[in-house]
Design a protein around this ligand. Structure first.
Ligand code: ZDR
Length: 281
């Protein structure tokens, strides 16, 4: 039987969304998700996202498979797309959609809010900084990984590691355009210092409130944007004294506004989510 889907993107980080609200398990296997994401033989996407019934009092549950079939804990651009998708579903069914949702994810409860101007602001929760939580072996389990050396791709990089539920390794460079991401990204992703593999961000500090970022995503390779990566990168920039707690992050697909709140220490990400088309497969 054909399965209905809708394609969305957040700054060119694109996802196939599936209405899975009536069953607690995803209706596709990871192997099927790989086929659906294929840009030549399938629909084409960086991942497949399932809107599942809520758990523990939340409105919905999000699960996601990367285009290589692996399952990340969280996805920042994806959760904005999920919020827009369920708001569109609710509006079609009842004529009204809620303005905020509590979403259960493998990284805890995440709260997206649909703003009047069409943007979506997501409470992304607290960053995790301890090596054991990332996870990485670059420092002792209870230590933070801030500006430490990593040997990869034939050279030494100074890296800072942050988990937003999913793992990130951030390197500050003078010029992001000069980084041969295609050639070196996979060597970070599969480095033995990262037992669950890693998302890798290269950051150029343009101003204290403006960062330029390029990303190699775990399970997806080069993508046009990464919401959790933008949050993790702002945290790394603050921890190393390079930026303010609120900054615009420019990605190849567009910009996100990221704030690491002084009040509650949580990350707030604001950006768009756009419907592209719907179909069935
Ligand atoms: C980076 C991401 N697209 C986002 O916007 O946060 C999340 C995708 C998941 C990522 N590839 C991972 O952690 O495996």
């Amino acid at each position: 039987m054909a399965i209905a889907f809708t394609k969305y993107h957040g700054l060119g980080n694109d996802f196939v969304l599936i209405d899975n609200r009536h069953h607690p398990e995803p209706c596709l296997t990871p192997a099927q998700a790989i086929e659906w994401c294929d840009r030549h033989f399938g629909i084409g996407a960086d991942g497949v996202i399932f809107a599942l019934p809520g758990q523990d009092g939340t409105d919905y549950t999000m699960r996601i498979f990367n285009c290589d079939g692996s399952e990340p804990e969280m996805c920042g651009n994806g959760i904005r797309c999920l919020a827009r998708f369920i708001a569109d579903l609710e509006a079609a069914e009842t004529g009204a959609a809620r303005a905020a949702y509590q979403i259960h994810t493998l990284a805890g409860v995440i709260t997206p809010k649909l703003e009047a101007d069409g943007q979506i602001t997501v409470d992304m929760g607290l960053p995790r900084l301890i090596a054991a939580e990332i996870p990485t072996t670059l420092a002792a389990p209870h230590e933070k990984v801030i500006d430490l050396p990593l040997e990869a791709a034939g050279q030494t990089w100074q890296v800072t590691c942050v988990s937003m539920g999913n793992p990130h390794c951030i390197t500050f460079v003078d010029e992001v355009a000069a980084i041969p991401l295609e050639a070196i990204g996979a060597q970070f992703e599969h480095h033995p210092a990262f037992p669950k593999r890693i998302n890798t961000e290269f950051i150029q500090v343009v101003q204290r409130d403006y960062l330029k970022m390029r990303v190699w995503e775990r399970g997806a390779g080069i993508t046009l944007a990464c919401g959790t990566g933008a949050c993790a990168s702002l945290v790394a920039a603050v921890l190393t004294g390079k930026s303010d707690r609120r900054a615009t992050v420019e990605l190849p697909g567009g910009t996100l506004l990221i704030e690491w709140s002084e009040t509650d220490q949580r990350l707030y990400m604001t950006g768009p989510a756009t419907k592209v088309f719907e179909g069935e497969r």
